[in-house]
Design a protein around this ligand. Sequence first.
Ligand code: FAD
Length: 433
Amino acid sequence: MAWDFTTDPEYQEKLDWADAFVREEVEPLDLAFPHLQFTPLEGKRREAIDPLKEEVRRQGLWATHLGSELGGQGYGQLKLALLNEILGRSQWAPIVFGCQAPDTGNAEIIAHYGTPEQKARYLQPLLDGECFSSYSMTEPHAGADPTLFKTQAVKDGDEWVINGWKFFSSNARTAQFLIVMAVTNPDVSPYKGMSMFLVPTDTPGVNIVRDVGLYGEPVNEGSHALIHYEDVRVPDDALLGGEGQAFVIAQTRLGGGRIHHAMRTIGLAQKAIDMMCERALSRETAGSLLADKQFVQGYIADSYAQLVQFRLFVLYTAWEIDKYNDYKRVRKDIATAKVVMPSVLHDIAWRAMQVHGALGTTNEMPFFGMIHGAGVMGLADGPTEVHKVTVARQVLRDYAASDDIWPTQWLPKRQEAAKAKYAQYLELEVGNL
Ligand SMILES: Cc1cc2nc3c(=O)[nH]c(=O)nc-3n(C[C@H](O)[C@H](O)[C@H](O)COP(=O)(O)OP(=O)(O)OC[C@H]3O[C@@H](n4cnc5c(N)ncnc54)[C@H](O)[C@@H]3O)c2cc1C
């Protein structure tokens, strides 16, 4: 019986290497080159980062998100989870290891649905870590409900002409290409009437109107673009997958993306616990260490309990993806991890901040960044509420309505049935009395 929680010794060695490498070489990049992960590498930055990528390649840990059949290392999601929880500690680490969102999901769908020409033009540079991509799906008036999207692509000879607005297309300003979801047949159900297009960012008519920043970022210096697609002409072969396949493709992409975020969140939440524990053991007040105060002990115990449950669940879900090789089959658990993720990160970061007192609230400690990140996790790749609906629907599939006006577990009915079943023994007992 295989029900094991151990890691292969050879892979554990790689993880130990990654752990030290990220701590010593990569985490400092977050401070030396903040917020520049998605800016193309040039000059001194390239000099600093290329050798680190090379080291990762030598260790066989480059771009491990894609299976061998899709041109990757083929390690699978469970191994990726163990690696990603290390990478989650640093903003630069996914770039240095060639597995950063949203490029991972974009690479995955091109690998699945792209033609050989599309793979050569778009996938290979992504896998080489030499270009960025953007996923352009959400619209200003509609995000959680893609059936409301209005951006249209109309066939004109052997070209498609795209018109419409997209919002929150992350990294569009530095991406070489966009994956755009557009209505291609308004006369059928949106599930069959939308298609995906690979659009080079420098195509005439791709107008980045505003680079929306997250809270705290300067206006217009953010990385989530509002884009006006105005008579954007692309050739027929810009279509990714078949016409009308956008929903199927989106599900392929988002399933992987969501669980990868969950894997990285484990690392970030663990970092908050590490800081909370160090502070609890370092700071004394009212006659004892913070670590000796029961409230603080409660914070530590609650945080450990929350993270350990989340981590085991994410690893289990990754194992399921490897086992079934089918995101759809694991949909319920991917959605559950997505639902739980923001609150795990939020709660742990909040407690860690509280234990640090005033210092915890400042820009000299990372806690508010983590709390903000938790908010983002509750929206990016779909709001928590929508995923809860998915979870509930999937859970309900395993149940049926009671065929009586009383629930099947209604005790009077069950007692009557139990008494009838064991009648002869009950009579004996009565006789003995
Ligand atoms: C940091 C970040 C990066 C992102 N990157 C990208 C990207 O690269 N490409 C891209 O296309 N999009 C991207 N998004 C957009 C993201 O996918 C959307 O924000 C998300 O789908 C929700 O859409 P919305 O923001 O329009 O919210 P809305 O659809 O307006 O929903 C708002 C709120 O309404 C409630 N709600 C909505 N639907 C339901 C429902 N069915 N049941 C109950 N309550 C509901 C929820 O509380 C929800 O949070 C990104 C978002 C963030 C925050």
